[in-house]
Design a protein around this ligand. Structure first.
Ligand SMILES: Nc1nc2c(ncn2[C@@H]2O[C@H](COP(=O)(O)OP(=O)(O)OP(=O)(O)O)[C@@H](O)[C@H]2O)c(=O)[nH]1
Ligand SMILES: [Mg+2]
Length: 438
């Protein structure tokens, strides 16, 4: 690892009251002493100081804090400079720090140092990345648990168990079967099976984790003119999609994000489905189909005139929850309540029932997700690798040598999640998720 002195803006780029510039390196006490112009330095104490460059030019009035190693974010000596959040002040401070031989940190470099100084493992870094991306309360809670080591505990337990099983199975070869406890084979297999089950369950939670991190994809579909765009605008609370009585108004996917009880929802309005010769509309209809594939929840919109006899689409689209809606009930006094939620965007009737149905579906699908580990694209492939190895271990018959090898392979995959076993590319992708200053 490069051990030169690095710095970065740790607060946001936007103009703000205060900007925090963080410096990390070895032996920063003397530099700090020079900044505050005092020989005596108190640790973790906020000094209110006129920060000047080497020619005595005042940079800004700042708060400065010194965190000596190892009790800092990176585990090295860290200095925090709190300046006013003006771009010119930040620029001038950067210039000054550069003149002192420091350099701007690369993306995720602070966390990388924290990792190498055993301040965080890679599962914690994944959690931190998720936390920095958090837009809703659910995302915040989910990421925080992961960052504070909740996931690391699970991974560590799995890995220890795997190493134990592997060592045990390998040792069996050194004994004659008569010296071993009865049923030892079954005991080992039962333990491998349990781990296999737990890891499969974690992989199942990937969809949930992705939805919480990236947002839940909800798509509005139906024939032309049924009022999809009208419902979309109602839900978003703004006139985002064009509404008109011309069939085929919406041709492209129109998206907006809304917050439903702390869940981030990506709401998508789509082109109405119908047979058409119009080239552009056809492209829009293809996009609608792609959107359905990619969705977590489908809101199917009908009107009293076009309610089909059956909910024919159910089997075709698989397990995705569907919410059936019959819109424009203000135009009819005879409609089928059992088919779907009856609404009228025009009068507002039933719209709250629809919102509540969406809310309930989301809770049903995604509540309790905090119990699992955060599975992201990085951890997913490693968990899959572990699952594959365990599966192989369950199918070796009584070849315990081979079983030991496969379980060991699974332990290695989990080790990579934690960063106990590291490959350069693992580090690069993990820290690459972070922004500058982290
Ligand atoms: N009477 C009545 N008219 C409605 C209602 N909801 C929407 N409309 C009207 O129905 C027409 C079509 O509405 P849109 O929201 O554009 O329908 P759409 O499903 O997005 O249509 P496409 O984009 O063409 O697929 C517009 O003239 C709306 O004003 C309703 O609840 N009652
Ligand atoms: Mg539309």
């Amino acid at each position: 690892m490069n051990n030169d002195i690095i710095f970065a803006l740790s607060s946001g780029q936007a103009k703000s009251g205060v900007a925090v510039i963080r410096i990390s390196g070895e032996n920063l006490r003397d530099i700090f002493s020079k900044f505050i112009n005092k020989s005596d330095v108190k640790n973790r104490y906020a000094y209110f100081t006129n920060l000047c460059d080497d020619s005595g030019d005042l940079i800004d009035q700042c708060l400065l804090v010194y965190f000596p190693a190892p009790n800092s974010f990176t585990g090295q000596d860290v200095i925090e400079i709190h300046t006013h959040g003006a771009p010119a002040v930040i620029e001038k401070t950067f210039e000054y720090l550069t003149s002192l031989g420091m350099r701007i940190a690369t993306r995720g470099e602070f966390s990388k140092r924290a990792f190498f100084n055993n301040k965080m493992d890679l599962a914690d870094v994944d959690g931190l990345a998720a936390l920095l991306d958090a837009q809703t309360d659910k995302q915040r809670k989910f990421a925080l648990k992961s960052m504070l080591g909740g996931d690391s505990d699970v991974y560590n337990l799995w890995r220890t168990q795997m190493l134990e099983i592997s060592a045990y199975a390998a040792a069996m070869l050194d004994y004659s079967p008569d010296d071993l406890p009865l049923n030892i084979g079954q005991t080992i297999l039962a333990r491998v099976e349990k781990l296999h089950r737990e890891i499969s369950a974690a992989l199942d939670s990937y969809k949930v984790a992705r939805a919480i991190r990236g947002g839940i994809n909800v798509v509005l579909v139906g024939e032309t003119n049924v009022g999809k765009s009208s419902i979309f605008n109602y839900m978003v609370g703004a006139n985002r999609a064009i509404v008109s009585d011309i069939a085929g108004t919406t041709r492209d996917v129109v998206s907006a994000t809304i917050d439903v009880d702390g869940f981030l929802v990506n709401l998508n309005d789509t082109a109405g489905l119908r047979e058409t010769d119009d080239e552009i509309e056809s492209i829009g209809i293809e996009k609608t189909k792609a959107e359905i594939e990619n969705s977590d929840i489908i809101i199917r919109v009908y009107t009293p005139e076009n309610i089909p006899l059956y909910r024919i689409d159910d089997t075709r689209i698989g397990p995705n929850p569907n919410i059936y809606v019959v819109n424009k009930i203000d135009t009819s006094d005879c409609f089928d309540e059992s088919f779907g939620i009856n609404v009228s965007v025009k009068t507002g009737e039933g719209m709250q029932v629809l919102m509540n149905a969406l809310r309930a579906t989301i809770h049903e699908m995604f509540d309790g997700a905090e119990a699992g580990v955060v599975v992201n694209t990085r951890t997913k492939s490693l968990l899959e690798q572990a699952e594959k190895e365990l599966n192989a271990a369950l199918n070796v018959g009584d070849n315990y040598d081979l079983l030991a090898e496969h379980v060991r392979g699974a332990a290695d995959a989990i080790g990579k999640i934690l960063g106990v076993i590291t490959a350069t590319e693992v580090l690069d992708t993990t820290f690459g998720q972070l922004c500058l200053g982290k």
